[in-house]
Design a protein around this ligand. Structure first.
Ligand code: F6P
Length: 343
């Protein structure tokens, strides 16, 4: 038996931990071989791969990024993308493929499955917007970075009596903003799933001053929209059709309006790719160990066309078809309501 593995789409913390788990489970538990395709789907289309041994995964558990590299390459957009993938899998005698990434990556895996190739998915994205799984690998690491940033902004905000806007990633889901904002004690959290009025934020900031709270921290998700704040009309798209959300500069726009309408000195921080870098959180390391092991079990049991999931502290599996249908997964509004208690 020979397995292939790849990481596709955006990187996130915990990918290496998951690769290590898959490789060790394959080599130790199943006595099979495994190769890693490089740079996401590009590596499969162009036949770029490396054999993976115990030595290759030794010491990678706490390291961010992915030793296999990644890209947003989309085989649908490449000339003969899928037939080249199939030819390369056949030529290298790969019996099954394990695919780590968000719902775009799982969508390509689904297409490969529909064409008859055995695939198994593992959810990995800091956005946590993959359907059918409570958490994806990388999410809690990103939340740690956001919460740490909110903690740090507290001291400088209080020293200067300023409003601090923190723009965070998460595409069109507010998971990272909401968890990071609650964990850090943000004074308002703006997420794509909930329509926020700027006037409500302004009133809230003014009330806080009246109560003797001379600083405030507002977390804004990059994909959030507000009636009163037209963001830059961005046309630049990646290979999966997603626009460059950082170019919308929603944080800067909110900051400028807040300063104008309150008269309070305001500063903006865009956390950007710091959220995806560095060592994975302990939760992600354990999740990666569990999902990686499960994926190899699924291959051994010939449970193909499915993704390993984490639901209610149980590792399970779900058809990739359903996963893709239920993505992007929105935040639960119950949790957003809890966050408001702390404003
Ligand atoms: O999907 C993960 C993500 O980090 C999003 O939160 C963000 O919008 C996007 O990727 C940015 O990707 P890039 O690596 O292309 O800047």
């Amino acid at each position: 038996m020979k397995l292939g593995i790849l990481t596709g789409g955006s990187d996130c913390q915990g990918l290496n931990a998951a690769i290590r788990s898959v490789v060790r489970s394959t080599l130790v538990e199943k006595d099979a071989e495994i190769v890693g395709f490089l740079q996401g789907w590009k590596g499969l289309v162009e036949n770029l791969f490396i054999p993976l041994t115990m030595k290759d995964v030794s010491g990678i558990l706490p390291i961010g990024g992915t030793i296999l590299g990644t890209s947003r390459a989309n085989p649908r957009k490449l000339q003969d993308g899928f037939s080249r993938i199939e030819a390369n899998l056949k030529q290298n005698n790969v019996d099954a493929l394990i695919v780590l990434g968000g719902y775009d990556t799982q969508g390509v895996a689904l297409e490969l499955h529909k064409r008859g190739f055995p695939v198994v998915g593992i959810p990995a994205t800091m956005d946590n917007d993959v359907g059918c799984t409570d958490y994806s690998i990388g999410f809690f690491s990103a939340v740690n970075v956001v919460a740490d940033a909110v903690d740090k902004l507290h001291s400088t905000a209080s020293s200067h009596h300023r409003v601090m806007i923190l723009e965070v990633m998460g595409r069109y889901s507010g998971w990272v903003a909401l968890y990071g904002g609650i964990a850090g004690g943000a004074d308002w959290i703006v997420i794509p799933e909930v329509q926020t009025n700027l006037s409500d934020i302004i009133n809230h900031l003014k009330n806080r001053r009246k109560l003797g709270k001379y600083f405030s921290i507002i977390v804004v998700a990059e994909g959030a929209t507000m009636h009163e704040i037209p963001v830059a009309d961005v046309t630049e798209k990646d290979e999966f059709g997603h626009i460059r959300l950082d170019r919308r500069s929603v944080g800067a726009k909110v900051g400028a309006q807040v300063e104008k309408m309150t008269g309070f000195e305001t500063r903006v921080t865009v956390l950007g790719h710091l959220q995806r870098g560095g060592s994975p959180a302990m939760f992600d390391r354990v999740l990666a160990a569990r999902l990686g092991y499960k994926a190899v079990e699924m291959v051994a049991n010939r449970e193909f066309g499915k993704m390993a999931t984490f639901a209610g502290n149980r590792v399970e599996s779900e058809s990739i078809l359903r996963v893709v249908k239920e993505s992007p997964k929105n935040v639960s509004i119950d949790l957003y309501d809890i966050a408001r208690i702390f404003y």
